[in-house]
Design a protein around this ligand. Structure first.
Ligand SMILES: [Zn+2]
Length: 438
């Protein structure tokens, strides 16, 4: 299932063990990584051109000859979108008989279904094992993984990664944090892999009732704000590293190292592009699954916004990093302040004293002017003008460009204070809303 060149490297240089894969992933020269990527990409394009109805059709419509494709850009505007996966029959994407299916739910429409075979799942797990090994997980550790079960992939991949390392693992689905807490002393877990909000709930129990010694916490990172992370790290006195991936991407695409300064990308199994980047390099993440053959995705538009971090990481790994996810493409609001994402306001508001967790920023329009409208709840009778000044100061210090646009009159700031509880939203609060008409 891999390119000939890559197979040769796997057989002669890497071998079977996880530590050897870690060494390989850390020290391989970039030129070699890029060679493997190009090679794997060309092979996948030729493979899918013959076997994947969807991709074959796209090539024909665009008049592109598979054998001439060398790089993703050569495919022009051929992409695979979440809507394609949701709306077209599975047969359009399947290149061979599958053995497994996972689903992923979105905020709108039905589920997306992604098929694999057993070998692909084990193969993905091997790379997740390498990432966990690099972060210090070893035989003798005890991992509990509480990612949602059901039709989701992540728990299975973590379970198989532990199997690969020979590490004790309970993959439990998502129990109530209280249930897991009561089992922690029985099973002596010292590594937890879980979702951010679940981790916060578990940590709240532990803060009151006592902690157990932990070595590492791995969190599915796309919704882990720095406020949550700092809190969980403080309670357990243990590093929280973030992983990034999804069911469509076939599990983990990237994981932080212990420096926690961006995700290291699995460049051996994914060709990553950032399309339509803005002046800071932020654009939409587009992923090609290089190693899958049951249902490969070519240039899949993930709809998450991020950028590459091109500077080498102090940890020494040669695989590239990407920044934390800034938001969803559909959450971006283009306005007088610039391209706004919810993450910007999380960073501006998280350490402002006297406001509750319930806040929302709306973009409104008055006449021909954009208004950035901060809607906040005061918690302990703090003077509204003190809060307002703190927000202005944070915005100026942390986003000087956004601030400068305000000074130029491209938008105005407004603050509205609400009684406690008034701004409460559901499980996934909408932090940034566009209320402009037309
Ligand atoms: Zn690193």
């Amino acid at each position: 299932m891999l390119s000939r060149f890559r197979k040769l490297v796997e057989r002669t240089v890497i071998g079977e063990s996880v530590p050897s894969l870690v060494r390989w992933g850390k020290y391989v020269p970039r030129a070699l990584i890029e060679g493997i990527q190009r090679d794997s990409f060309c092979e996948l394009v030729r493979y899918a051109a013959e076997r994947q109805a969807f991709f074959g059709r796209k090539l024909r419509e665009s008049g592109i000859v598979a054998n001439r494709v060398r790089r993703p850009e050569d495919l022009g505007d051929i992409f695979t979108t979440p809507e394609d996966l949701r709306n077209l029959p599975a047969e359009d994407f399947l290149c061979r008989e599958p053995q497994l299916v996972f689903e992923t739910t979105g905020t709108s429409g039905g589920p997306k279904r992604v098929y694999f075979n057993y070998e692909e799942l084990e193969f993905t797990a091997r790379y997740e094992a390498a990432a966990m090994w690099e972060n210090g997980v070893r035989p003798g550790d005890r991992v509990v993984c509480t990612f949602d079960a059901g039709y989701w992939i992540s728990g299975w991949v973590t379970f198989l990664a532990c199997k690969r390392m020979g590490v004790f693992c309970s993959a439990t689905g998502k129990p109530h944090p209280r249930e897991l807490y009561s089992r922690m002393p029985i099973y002596k877990y010292n590594v937890i892999a879980a979702d951010p909000t679940w981790l916060v709930s578990l940590s709240e129990i532990a803060e009151k009732e006592g902690v157990f010694p932990l070595k590492l916490i791995v969190a599915a990172g796309d919704r882990m704000t720095e406020v949550y992370r700092n809190y969980v790290e403080r309670v357990w006195n243990c590093p929280v590293v973030l992983g990034y991936g999804s069911t469509e991407q076939g599990g983990g695409t990237a994981m932080e190292c212990l420096r926690r300064e961006g995700y290291h990308l699995d460049e051996f199994n994914y060709f990553i592009e950032i399309v339509d980047p803005d002046s800071e390099g932020y654009g939409e993440l587009v992923v090609t699954t290089l190693s899958r053959r049951t249902m490969p995705l070519i240039r899949y538009r993930v709809r998450d916004v991020t950028r590459f971090i091109n500077e080498p990481c102090p940890c020494g790994a040669t695989i590239r990093r990407m920044a934390k996810i800034r938001g969803r493409v559909d959450e971006m609001v283009v306005m007088g302040a610039g391209n706004m994402y919810p993450e910007i306001f999380e960073r501006v508001l998280h350490d402002v004293e006297g406001i509750s967790e319930n806040w929302q920023v709306a973009v409104r329009q008055e006449g021909v002017h954009d208004i950035l409208d901060f809607r906040l709840e005061l918690t302990n009778g703090t003077n509204p003008s003190t809060v307002e000044n703190a927000v202005r100061k944070n915005l100026e210090a942390r986003y000087p460009d956004v601030w400068a646009n305000q000074l130029c009159g491209m938008y105005q700031l407004e603050f509205r204070i609400f009684p406690p509880g008034e701004l409460t939203q559901g499980r996934k609060p909408r932090r940034l809303v566009d209320e402009r008409k037309g």
